[in-house]
Structures are given as C-alpha cells and as structure tokens.
Design a protein around this ligand. Structure first.
Ligand code: NAD
Ligand code: TYD
Length: 363
C-alpha cells in the first residue's frame, strides 16, 4: 500500500486533495497529514475522513526538523505532496517574514527530510519515491492585457509580492535539489483556485460571506485585474495525474483558460446568490450591486495571470472539467449547506483580521 505524506492537508486545497484521493483510491492508499493548524488550517475540513484506518493526522510545523524526520523514520513514505504554506498575498504585504519562514525554510526542511529518508549509500534514491511541490502561477509575475500572452513553464520567474517571492524561492530550492542530487520531484504551478473549504480571506469566499451578511464588497483598484480561476477538485486531480504520469524533474502549469476580471466574479456571485435565495429570505433585499465598493488598490497588485496548460494536456491528458458557471454554483451551494463552517471560521480572530485589513479601506 502506497503511503502519502501530505503537508498542509487541513487547509483549503490540501483538504480537497485528501477527499479526492480517498474518493479515488479508497483503501488502496494511506495518508499522513501534517499540519501546524495555523489560522488557515481547520480539522473541520477533514471530519469525513477522520475515522478511517488509513488516515493519520499529525500536528507539526514543517519547520520542525525533528518532528518531520521522525515521521519519515516511523513510516515508509512513498509520496510527499507539499501544500503547507502561508498563502495569502495581503497578509504577506503586512507580515512578510512568516512567509519566508514557512514557505522557504519549511520547504527546505521537507526536502532535507525526504532526501535523508530516501537516499541510498551511492547517492541514488530508493525506487518509486516522489515529492510533489505545489506552487503558484504568481511566481511568473504579471502579464500584459494582451489576450495572447500566457504563462508557460519556461516563462522567467518575476515575483512581486512577498508571497510570490517566497513561493518562487521554494520552487528554486526544489529545482536545486533536482539538479544537484537528482532528487525525484515535480513542481506544479497552478492558477487561482476556488471551491469548498476556502478561507474567507480570498476573493470568492470573502465576497460570498459579505454578500450574505449584507456587507460592503471591497473591490481593489478598478476591479479589472484578471485571474484564471480553477475549481479546486480539478487541481487535486491534476496533482495526482502529474505525480503518477508526469515525467520526473519536470514542472507542469495547471490552469483552466478561465480568465475573469475581479468585477465579473463579484457580479456573478451576486447574481447566483440572488437566484439561490427565496424571495422571502430577508437577505435577498440587500443583496444588490450597490454592495460593490471600490477601495484603495492592493500594493504592487499584479494585473493579470493566465496559464497556458498545453504541456499538461499534451503529456498527461489533463484538462479542467468544471466550467466556471457550474463551479461557482457548486461552491455557493456548498457554502449554503455549511453556514456553520463559515460561522466557526469567522468567529474569534477573523474579525480582528478583517478590521485591520479592510477598516481603513472601507471607512
Ligand atoms: P491555505 O492557507 O488554505 O492552507 C495552508 C495550510 O498549511 C493550512 O492548513 C495551514 O495550517 C498549513 N500550514 C501553514 N503553515 C504551516 C507550517 N509552518 N507547518 C505546517 N503546516 C502549515 O492554502 P491553500 O490555498 O490550500 O494553498 C495550498 C498550497 O497551494 C500553497 O502552497 C499555495 O501556495 C498553493 N497554491 C494555492 C492556490 C490558491 O488559489 N489558493 C493556487 C496555486 C497554488
Ligand atoms: P486573492 O483571492 O487574494 O488571490 P491572489 O491575490 O492570490 O490572486 O485575490 C484575487 C483577486 O481579487 C486579486 O486581484 C485581488 C482581488 N481582491 C479584491 O478585489 N478584494 C478583496 O477583498 C480580495 C481578498 C481580493
């Protein structure tokens, strides 16, 4: 039975990946999920898998060398899928250091531990072991508005935010391990994800949450920045396909040719929410485009991201399956069915975060 070590599995994409993997492989695999449970990690995301014999949760920081080495010593790990990171650009602008710590040093710790466990005396690696580093398209910087300009795997790195700079650094470390030691790894650079379990600091869940509360919807700058949105389950599938069918040492870009301006996303959310609410629901009356509030732009705001997923399609046969209209409906349905989840994650420290991030912008 293949054993996976998943880092950051209590976060948004990690938890969706774990659900996807158990749905696909059921009892054929074993998953060990290592997560420090920061503000973004939530064991509620994994309630459905908690009782499984082939699932283990370990609370540990990926920077904690002893804790990570111990997991490798006690388990014969076949696959590492490395999600754990600080992931929010706005937070990275306020507090860059934790991004360097977790994203760069944490990745170095993971690489070192895997190398130590998998390396043979002659410097080669045990057969079949693989490390997948989950990264972002933001490492490539910002594209011009020219609709024919895309990010390819060989687009030079040009990160702008502390978040993307830290992810770029972690990618470089993985590349260095592959080049120096022939360490068996892949890197995936994916576009913006959306779907169930996404923390309401990111655009889509934040807008859904505010809209249902009748609160202002803060759109940065002119609202015309473009992101390339991918339904999270399609990302989970791509990660698995790259790890099993991709060529080792290669980078694969993952994205859906689904470019949208932020303002279109916010309007679609309002439209779909209005369609979903009964006329008798008191929230419906307040839920109009009047909630849209243009606020001061994000510092260093990248204008446009867009992935060319040609390589992953050609080599591996992966394509996004969930059209945006369908994906956003599924996401909104999920949030309706999990209002308690939203309530839990927005109680406590969330309010402090929201006030410090948006207070001055909105008032
Ligand atoms: P997230 O913020 O929702 O989850 C991150 C998880 O990592 C949380 O469970 C958190 O507790 C854990 N974590 C943070 N610091 C840790 C540490 N020091 N030790 C152990 N665990 C720690 O992030 P996400 O949106 O699920 O992103 C996951 C990965 O995918 C990240 O590497 C991110 O850069 C990458 N990515 C995200 C997107 C996106 O749109 N969200 C797109 C492309 C790539
Ligand atoms: P975000 O979800 O933070 O992802 P990223 O910055 O990693 O792409 O933001 C997506 C886009 O939405 C980005 O252009 C910034 C914008 N945005 C807003 O306009 N208002 C908001 O409140 C947030 C969180 C983001």
């Amino acid at each position: 039975m293949r054993t996976y070590l998943v880092t950051g599995g209590a976060g948004f994409i990690g938890s969706n990946y774990i659900h996807y993997m158990f749905k696909k492989y059921d009892n054929e695999i074993r998953i060990i999920n290592v997560d420090a449970l920061t503000y973004a990690g939530n064991l509620e995301n994994l309630r459905d898998v908690e009782g499984r014999d082939n699932y283990t949760f370990v609370k540990a920081n990926i920077c904690d060398r002893d804790a990570i080495n111990k997991i490798f010593e006690e388990n014969d790990i076949d696959r590492v899928v490395h999600f754990a990171a600080e992931s929010h650009v706005d937070r990275s602008i306020v507090n860059p250091e934790i991004f360097v710590e977790t994203n760069v040093l944490g990745t170095a710790t993971m690489l070192n531990a895997a190398k130590k466990a998998w390396e043979l005396p002659d410097g080669s690696f045990k057969e079949g072991k693989k490390f997948l580093h989950v990264s972002t398209d933001e490492v490539y910087g910002s594209l011009p508005e020219d609709p024919n300009a895309y990010f390819y795997e060989d687009t030079p790195y040009d990160p702008h935010s502390p978040y993307s700079a830290s992810k770029a650094s972690s990618d470089m470390l993985v590349k260095a391990y592959m080049d120096t030691y022939k360490f068996p790894a892949n890197i995936t650079n994916c576009s913006n994800n959306y779907g169930p379990f996404q923390f309401p600091e990111k655009l889509i869940p934040l807008m859904i949450h505010n809209a249902l509360e009748g609160k202002a919807l803060p759109v940065y700058g002119d609202g015309k920045n473009v992101r390339d949105w991918l339904y999270v389950e399609d990302h989970a599938k791509a990660i698995d396909m790259v790890q099993e069918q991709g060529r080792l040492f290669e980078t694969y870009n993952i994205g859906g040719h689904n470019e949208k301006q932020n303002i279109e996303i916010v309007q679609t959310i309002i439209d779909v929410l209005r369609e979903s609410l009964d006329d008798s629901d008191p929230r419906k009356e307040k839920l109009t485009y009047d909630l849209i509030t243009y606020v001061e732009d994000r510092k260093g705001h990248d204008r446009r991201y867009a992935i060319a997923p040609d390589k992953i399609k050609k080599e591996i046969g992966w394509e996004p399956e969930t059209m945006f209209k369908e994906g956003i409906r599924k996401t909104i349905e999920w949030f309706f069915a999990h209002e308690d989840w939203m309530e839990h994650v927005t109680s406590g420290d969330y309010q402090k975060y929201y006030d410090s991030m948006y207070g001055e912008k909105l008032y």
